[in-house]
Design a protein around this ligand. Structure first.
Ligand code: SF4
Length: 402
């Protein structure tokens, strides 16, 4: 049988095709694809109802990235879903159940699925603004299609009101299956992003009645870094500030708008400031577009950041439609598996040493659909034993073989 982690990496790097029959029940019994944030598909598919993720037998959740040229094909025979490659069956799989809130409306009459998406099995994800100012002078990140996606898919709601975000959070947390959340969005001018985040967190408090908020904001460094304290006072647990590339020269080339408006040095300063406020051990993380800069340089970055109390999160790159990298290729799946194993050892060693305790988990086994972290387990039973019923999976799970 194909090793599950390697299969996940292959499905992410090469995308998949799906036979129409295999999509039976999509949008009613199973969770359909929402064009919620960026588009990770290799191809635009305006009239095609797809799904957002699949689940492999060992529990790995894999983001579905549609690619008409992929050798991987999902089919169904006699009720059994499976993925094959050139006619050879590789693995069984299942779709993710559709959450009840996808069928509900907000008090203003909008579909709740236009406000937030369920990522994987338990993470509620909100994109506060499906637009980024870096596109205005063509300095968007080369891998990003934030402003392209709403032009392809009419259902994208570019801004979401705080009160409606609170309503959807309340529904998804009370009725399930949400166990944690993620808020992100495009870069906004001045202090607008901080104001939006604060309004969202207050609305979540009010509507869902939660005092400590089990979630993270992936954001841009605010003009005044002491504003992180405001988010902490509002109960937020975790912050992500995405460098995308560790080497400053790659950062400047791949993310020219971030360099122009914020700057690499300011991102690093903000990461250190956030660790001082939220604590080390992994509460502060930085996302990376793994596969663009050399592996050795990236691993140096993982180590340097870990020494500062920051966890690096490598995402498997998808050269998606509408990005400047469309038509390019990501590294081989094996490259990502090796990278993940090497970096997990670094992260666990350094974060444990710096905080004196097990690293704070920053990603969840049940929602980690774009990254090979945490490593999936050999069997569902083993998975339960390791996570012990906790909401979040930990770095140790990834590094135990390293
Ligand atoms: S900062 Fe970069 S990745 Fe983020 S929305 Fe803007 S262009 Fe996209």
């Amino acid at each position: 049988m194909t090793d599950e982690i390697l299969l996940k990496a292959r499905l992410l790097t090469d995308g998949v095709r799906i036979d129409n029959l295999a999509l039976s029940g999509m949008g009613s019994q199973y969770k359909e694809q929402l064009h919620h944030l960026f588009e990770y598909d290799f191809d635009v598919h305006k009239t095609y109802a797809a799904t957002s993720e699949l689940r492999l037998p060992g529990g790995a959740i894999v983001q579905v990235r549609l690619n008409e040229r992929s050798p991987y094909l999902i089919r169904i025979e006699e009720g059994d879903l499976f993925v094959e490659c050139y006619g050879q069956r590789l693995s069984a799989l299942s779709w993710i159940e559709r959450p009840a809130f996808y069928s509900r409306k907000t008090s203003l009459g909008l579909p709740m699925s236009a406000i937030a998406e369920l990522v994987g099995e338990d993470c509620l994800s909100v994109c506060h603004t499906n637009a980024c100012i870096t596109f205005s002078n063509k300095k968007e990140c080369a891998f990003c299609n934030m402003n392209f996606t709403p032009r392809q898919y009419d259902e994208v709601l570019i801004r979401k009101r705080a009160a409606e975000v609170g309503e959807v959070m309340a529904a998804a947390f009370r009725e399930g299956p949400a166990r944690h959340f993620l808020i992100t969005g495009g870069i906004l001018p001045g202090n607008q992003e901080m104001e939006v985040l604060a309004a969202y967190l207050e609305a979540i408090h009010e509507a869902a009645g939660m005092t400590e908020l089990p979630g993270a904001a992936i954001m841009t460094p605010p003009p005044d870094l002491r504003q992180f304290e405001r988010l902490q006072r509002l109960g937020l647990r975790s912050i992500g500030l995405n460098l995308e590339c560790f080497d400053p020269a790659y950062f400047r080339a791949v993310c020219p708008g971030k360099e122009e408006r914020i700057g690499y040095g300011r991102y690093r300063e903000a990461l250190r400031a956030a660790v001082e406020i939220f604590g080390d051990g992994g509460r502060i993380f930085s996302g990376f577009l793994a596969g663009i800069e050399p592996k050795s340089r990236f691993l140096e970055g993982v180590q340097e950041l870990a020494e500062e109390g920051v966890a690096a999160i490598p995402l498997v790159w998808s050269p998606s439609a509408g990005t400047l990298y469309s038509g390019h290729r990501a590294p081989y799946a094996e490259w990502y598996v090796e990278l993940t194993e090497q970096m997990a050892g670094i992260v666990v060693r350094h974060l444990k040493r710096s905080s004196g305790r097990a690293p704070e988990p920053v990603r969840c086994v049940r929602c980690q659909h774009q990254s090979l972290l945490p490593r999936p387990f050999a069997s569902p039973a083993q998975r339960c034993e390791v996570t012990g019923g906790s909401i979040l999976g930990g770095w140790d799970d990834v590094a135990r073989d390293c």
